[in-house]
Ligand binder design. Structure first.
Ligand SMILES: C[S@@+](CC[C@H](N)C(=O)[O-])C[C@H]1O[C@@H](n2cnc3c(N)ncnc32)[C@H](O)[C@@H]1O
Length: 513
């Protein structure tokens, strides 16, 4: 029997994956398009065929393209442009049909951890660490590469790429503690702290290697200091792409991708296995901005021997081309990439709700073991959207509230709930009540009231509109984006409560008949 949840159901979306030292995190790309204002006097680089706003050509981006073309980048249908409110981006330089290949980046231009290690001045030390069974995670190898290449400046081989990278990504690693505190009460606060703690742990973890490098005179002074590494971690968080189809053990290679999975995950589950593939930096391709409505992903194509992107729709010449960084909520995007699309434009937006087994439940151990067999932790986050909740949410709550007398009973109930999709009618009212209570508790956890946050948000939006009319493309402030996310989260919680209360009434009425 289907779960008695009327909000529609969706499979839980992939949880935000903060990276972990010695357990590489995935920071797949994602995006949104801000209002692209027409700038008087901008270059019309695409001729008069485009009916949309004109985007100025980005000279440094075009120089990168030329440099990459000398190294094997096939000629492109895309040009680098300046996108108001989003930094650089890529736009179609001629009309593009749905399904057309948009971009092809050959392996030699893909910065995998193996390629980074190959080029690193620390290579002997990285290899020694590998040989000793203590490899640095992929994240750290790539971060060291970025910091080294940045320190090398114009003399460095990868300078045309490095000079394109922003000083700041806007990700949560760059936020002040007071800004992180704005998230209190939301699950995002926990996620933000995890990401920041992981960066600190990665920094600590590489200290012995950096000390050895200094001792052997392998590193230029300051190249790998805390600020440089923090910048590199921020770049990775906002630019690294997981190429699901590129085998880490292939010729592209993994060094120490740190693929073991330890520590906690953003989903609160007990050590999910690392997703397949290889994390890599993709010069040129990483100029693509995210749109929540875009379905195209960058991935490795063995047939093309390249990273490819196909158009998920047609594009006019001059139109900005987007990619999907993943089906992420506004809050997840804000933490990793420093921007949050307006919720109305992001079908993946929502809030995470935590359900947990009660610690004082006499059946706690049996239930926890039964849940684990179905891939759930004893405390688990579930994604809620305005129109949808995962069906497992109520089934999980069903197991939490059920009275079971032994391990076998817990196992058999879990089997019914999660394998047979059979939700015993007698458990439904209590399960619905448990989820409603969890939503209400989540609402109350926020540091300030919904009304206060909404009022402040409206005031900031008005200010932005005024600023926007004088300088087009003004990006919303961080405070504004945080408030937008926190307000929307509570709206989703409120709607979920409303729907579940209706469902509860229906279930109780049915039980009486
Ligand atoms: C992979 S980079 C994309 C290229 C980037 N715009 C640049 O100038 O280098 C990801 C960063 O682009 C920006 N970005 C991407 N999509 C965006 C969007 N839809 N709206 C605003 N900023 C966006 C964010 O700053 C994000 O951290």
């Amino acid at each position: 029997m289907q779960a008695a949840i009327a909000v529609g159901s969706c499979r839980p979306t992939a949880a935000l994956q903060p990276w972990r030292p010695r357990a590489a995190a995935a920071a797949s790309l994602c995006c949104r398009r801000r209002g692209l204002a027409v700038h008087a006097g901008l270059l019309d680089l695409f001729g008069s065929g485009s009916s949309g706003p004109q985007l100025a050509k980005d000279q440094e981006g075009e120089a990168l393209r030329a440099w990459l073309e000398q190294r094997g980048l096939p000629s492109q249908q895309l040009a680098a442009v300046v996108v108001p409110g989003a930094g650089r981006g890529l736009a179609a330089s001629k009309p593009i049909a749905k399904g057309d290949p948009l971009l092809r980046l050959p392996l030699e231009l893909v910065l995998t951890p193996a390629a980074a290690q190959q080029r690193s001045c620390l290579r002997p030390l990285l290899e020694e660490a590998e040989a000793a069974g203590q490899p640095l995670p992929a994240w750290s190898v790539l971060a060291l590469f970025l910091a080294e290449a940045r320190a090398a400046g114009t003399a460095g081989e990868w300078w045309p790429y490095l000079r394109m990278l922003p000083q700041q990504a806007g990700c949560v690693l760059e936020w002040s503690e007071a800004e992180v505190d704005w998230l209190r009460g939301s699950q995002l606060h926990e996620a933000a702290l995890e990401i920041r703690a992981a960066a600190d742990a990665s920094w600590q973890e590489m200290q012995p290697l950096l000390a050895a490098a200094a001792q052997r005179g392998m590193a230029s002074p300051g190249a790998f200091d805390r600020a440089s590494m923090q910048w590199a971690f921020g770049m990775l968080l906002s630019r690294l792409v997981r190429l699901a189809s590129l085998d880490g053990g292939s010729s592209a290679g993994s060094t120490s991708s740190g693929s073991s999975s330890s520590g906690s995950s953003g989903s609160g589950s007990t050590g999910p296995s690392e997703p397949p593939g290889t994390e890599a930096l993709l010069p040129w391709a990483d100029l693509l901005n995210h749109s929540p409505s875009c379905a195209s992903h960058l991935d490795w194509s063995a047939a093309d021997a390249a990273v490819v992107l196909r158009a998920d729709r047609k594009y006019r010449a001059g139109e900005e081309v987007h990619v999907s960084y993943g089906e992420k909520t506004g809050g997840e995007l804000l933490l990793s990439y420093g921007f949050a699309p307006p919720p109305a434009s992001n079908p993946h937006d929502g809030v995470k709700l935590r359900l947990s087994l009660r610690q004082d439940d006499p059946a706690y151990g049996w239930k926890a073991a039964a849940l684990a067999r179905h891939g759930f932790a004893s405390s688990q986050l579930f994604p809620l959207r305005m129109q949808a909740a995962p069906w497992e949410l109520l089934h999980y709550a069903g197991l939490c509230v059920a009275e079971v007398g032994n391990a076998a009973e817990a196992d058999s109930l879990a089997e019914r709930l999660f394998k047979q999709d059979d939700f015993p009618r007698e458990l439904q009212p209590a399960a619905l009540e448990a989820v409603i209570r969890a939503c209400q508790a989540a609402q109350q956890a926020y540091a300030s009231s919904l009304d206060a946050d909404r009022a402040e948000l409206e005031a900031l939006e008005q200010q932005q509109q005024v600023a926007g009319s004088s300088s087009s493309g003004a990006a919303p402030s961080r405070r504004q984006q945080v408030l937008q996310v926190l307000v929307y989260e509570r709206q989703v919680l409120a709607r979920t409560i409303l729907i579940l209360q209706q469902e509860l009434r229906d279930v109780k009425r049915l039980a009486r008949t």
